[in-house]
Design a protein around this ligand. Sequence first.
Ligand code: PNS
Length: 165
Amino acid sequence: MKTAIYPGSFDPVTLGHLNIIKRAAACFDRLIVCVMINSKKQGMFTPEERVELLKKATARFPNVEVDYSEGLLAAYAKRRRAHVVVKGLRAVSDFEQEVQMAVINRKLNPGLETMFLASSEKYTYLSSTIVKEMARYGADLGEFLPREIVDDVNRRMQELQERKD
Ligand code: PNS
């Protein structure tokens, strides 16, 4: 059974992520979407909440599993017996950091290959950060997020703004 891992912060999962999930799930027997910690980013949702949002958004894909890990991706892949990491590339600006991570991950776990999927042109501009910015100004999030999670994101943004006032 060929298992791949799609790691990310997913804070929250966007339609761009979902497009990669759908295409990667068609290439492997099993795809594990794993919420991981990016030490450079501050979270809007807790990792447990991100897992729940991902589960809602991916419920229709039978070979997709959602998980969370606090550790290194290379160690997680070994534990899950996965030999492939899938990443989406939106633009050249993603390239340098992604290749650096791929090389480090292969150094830590020599059996681990990283495969890049080119983002759909529809979503090259999209990121969780942009979505949070849109949410802050009350924009319609239906174009950017899986419809199952739009209300959750709007609700959380409202809570965060009320807490500030
Ligand atoms: O969605 P992101 O923020 O671009 O995802 C980055 C993520 C979470 C996949 C990356 O930071 C990661 O792999 N974190 C786990 C720790 C790790 O293994 N880091 C890579 C070696 S520096």
